[in-house]
Design a protein around this ligand. Structure first.
Ligand code: TNX
Length: 530
């Protein structure tokens, strides 16, 4: 009788016999309860509210794969539910928000696993989708043999700390297919990331087709680091990525890196160069040698190029942000850099997008309103980085933090001689190898002096792909460290040190999920991977 009275009642989070309710990123509030909810062949997915059906359509295949259950989708709310049903409820009024611009919407949600059913509820479809990603983690990685899944009883309330929670993929140094990018989208969605920043252009390759400039992709897209095969996205390919992202309430932020990191463009479009003399293709991994020209002779060609490239990229992108690079223009004289940044940002802002730039762009004091800076110095800022970063805030913008010594997923793991490519995978320049613990043990408000919590739009984990020749190498570098960045970006701030042991315990069951998803993660020590 005592057990019956307790069921679904007060929290008893430390009960030894409670199943572990392991979710990454850690939810803001989680109360376990006694009892379980059984999903079986009779379980339906009931949908109610604007956009709930679209969320169900995206998530149902994953839930069916995990449970082996048919999980038919039907309209209906709490009053229609039977035992074993999963309810997906959007409680907000009005039209479904635009899925492609989800990073600015209310993502708060609740999950109640109690009274025989599992109810996920949110004010917006985006919030509901985030809730489904917690549910996904609590389901088995593969269907159980007996055709039933028992979920623990619990109550969860969750909402993100930061609006922008990003992953960047460099498809310029090595090219990755639409299917591989969609696989990455699915994996980062599970960690409640909501932005995919695509680094589309660099010295070694130009990856997005631009009408009027066929050589950009036919020639500029043919190369990659080390002479590996190149490739590019047609505008239709790019749209497929944007649609797959939107289905997961992920905003795509395209980056055209300017005015440096432009060798592939300079190679393909001779009129961008002084005297019309184009450089050779580049397949090495040095940075800082290429630049658009600021000379009057090239101004018309350069502005026409910027107008076509930034205009078409913006038109293809439903999200509000357009990244114009701005980093490591080491061969561009300062005056030329400021002149070019002025023209790039004017043409970029004319597309109607809010611009994003690496923190060096903050050297300009004439940035368009709201321009967002992306910080990539270390957790202790190096020379000049603080001033350049604060410049965005002084000009009315905000900041995305990607401290390279903790958030750059392309840094090596320590002690990895037997890793992919004979230990040659990954770089070391950002203060040596990066452990999972280092990726987890930093506090966003403590990086840039003078940068307040409210100035931080969010966090992003970039992966540069100089050394990643195939997609399994991207996965190996990204997982599990990306989970640490996702948790810092989503979960509430903590006083003092983070609970590393708790993080490891919650991470462990993701191993089985990643394996089932075919993700070649590195099973780092200290986690009892399932
Ligand atoms: C620095 S970080 C770069 C990239 C490299 C990366 C390698 C930044 C804005 N620029 O061009 O790929 O280091 O880790």
């Amino acid at each position: 009788a005592a057990a019956v009275l307790l069921a679904g009642c007060a929290a008893s989070p430390d009960r030894k016999d409670d199943p572990v309710i392991a979710i990454v990123p850690a939810p803001a509030r989680l109360e376990s309860a006694t009892g379980t909810v059984r999903l079986d062949a009779g379980t339906r997915i009931l949908v109610d509210g604007p956009g709930a059906d679209a969320v169900a359509a995206t998530i149902a295949p994953d839930l069916r794969d995990a449970t082996g259950l048919p999980l038919g989708i039907e309209p209906g709310g709490t009053a229609d539910a039977r035992d074993g049903d999963v309810l997906l409820l959007v409680t907000g009024e009005g039209p479904a928000p635009d899925a492609a611009t989800a990073f600015a919407v209310d993502e708060s949600h609740t999950i109640d696993s109690a009274d025989g059913r599992v109810e996920l509820a949110a004010a917006s479809a985006a919030g509901l989708f985030r809730a489904t990603q917690s549910l996904r983690q609590l389901l088995p990685a593969r269907p159980p043999a007996d055709g039933a899944v028992d979920l623990p009883a619990f109550h969860l309330e969750d909402a993100p700390r930061f609006a922008y929670r990003g992953a960047m993929l460099d498809v310029a140094r090595h090219f990755f297919t639409v299917e591989q990018v969609i696989g990455y989208l699915d994996a980062i969605a599970m960690l409640k990331l909501n932005v995919l920043h695509l680094h589309l252009t660099d010295d070694q390759g130009w990856r997005l087709a631009i009408e009027g400039y066929p050589a950009l992709t036919e020639q500029g897209g043919a190369s990659a680091v080390g002479g590996d095969p190149g490739g590019f996205y047609t505008q239709g390919d790019y749209r497929r990525i944007v649609e797959a992202a939107a289905a997961r309430f992920i905003t795509v932020v395209p980056e055209i890196d300017l005015p440096g990191h432009t060798n592939a463009a300079l190679n393909a479009v001779p009129e961008l160069n002084p005297g019309g003399v184009a450089p050779e293709p580049y397949t090495g991994i040095e940075v800082g040698f290429s630049s658009l020209s600021a000379a009057p002779d090239e101004a018309a060609a350069t502005d026409a190029f910027l107008t076509a490239v930034l205009g078409q990229t913006a038109d293809l992108t439903p999200g509000p942000l357009l990244h114009v690079g701005g980093d490591e223009s080491l061969s561009t004289p300062k005056a030329d850099y400021l002149d070019l940044v002025g023209r790039i940002t004017a043409i970029g802002a004319a597309t109607g997008k809010t611009l994003v730039g690496w923190h060096e762009l903050g050297a300009s004091t004439e940035l368009p309103a709201g321009t967002v800076g992306q910080y990539w110095s270390f957790t202790t800022p190096q020379e000049g980085a603080t001033e350049e970063t604060l410049s965005f805030v002084e000009q009315g913008g905000s900041v995305i933090l990607s401290p390279a010594d903790v958030a750059y997923l392309d840094m090596k793991y320590p002690d990895d001689p037997d890793g992919p490519l004979g230990g040659k995978l990954g770089l070391l320049w950002a203060d040596g190898p990066t452990t999972l613990e280092e990726a987890y043990a930093w506090e966003p408000t403590e990086v840039v002096p003078g940068l307040a919590e409210s100035d931080i739009l969010g966090l992003e984990a970039p992966i540069w792909t100089e050394t990643a020749r195939g997609f399994s190498e991207v996965e190996y570098l990204a997982f599990p460290r990306i989970a640490a960045i996702a948790e810092l970006a989503w979960s509430p701030a903590v006083e003092g040190a983070r609970d590393e042991a708790g993080f490891h315990a919650r991470l462990a069951p993701l191993g089985a999920h990643w394996r089932a998803m075919g993700i070649a993660f590195r099973p780092v020590g200290g986690v009892e991977w399932t």
